[in-house]
Design a binder for this molecule. Structure first.
Ligand SMILES: [Zn+2]
Length: 150
């Protein structure tokens, strides 16, 4: 699964916990957001092409920017961003380490990705549908938060 999907899913977990139990709920939900990465990675994305290709930037970068805008407008950016980071932490660790050591984020699967879980390969259309959801759901979170506060 791509970065935008991991981040949005992690943020949904922390925002839900925050709405139920406040800041303590977020702290309790961070491990769940962290573990969600492993579950979502079982859904293997259809590749957009090479890392930072035009397609990759369009289908992963734009949803990430939409998430950032929604987080900024949410009034609880720390809740959304902490969920986003927790949802991506396994990739930040493994791909960051591989990048620093071998010059490529994909040279070494690293600790969290070495188990090579069974994968359900998504089609190009399914992968892009998930990207659209990853960009749109942060604004749904905004609407729900606004509805809850009025
Ligand atoms: Zn991963």
């Amino acid at each position: 699964m791509y970065t935008a999907a991991h981040g949005t899913f992690g943020a949904i977990i922390t925002v839900a916990a925050w709405s139920v139990a406040g800041p303590a709920g977020v702290v309790g939900a961070l491990p769940l957001a962290f573990l969600s990465h492993h579950v979502l990675d079982r859904f293997w994305e259809h590749p957009y092409g090479r890392f930072l290709s035009r397609q990759h930037i369009l289908w992963d970068g734009v949803p990430i920017l939409m998430f950032a805008l929604a987080a900024f407008l949410s009034g609880i950016p720390w809740v959304m961003v902490s969920g986003w980071i927790a949802g991506n932490a396994m990739d930040i660790w493994d791909k960051g380490r591989s990048w620093i050591r071998y010059g490529s984020p994909f040279a070494d699967p690293g600790f969290w990705h070495r188990h090579n879980p069974p994968k359900w390969s998504m089609s190009d259309g399914q992968t892009k549908a998930v990207a659209v959801l990853a960009g749109a759901l942060p604004f749904v979170i905004l609407l729900v938060l606004q509805g809850a506060s009025t």
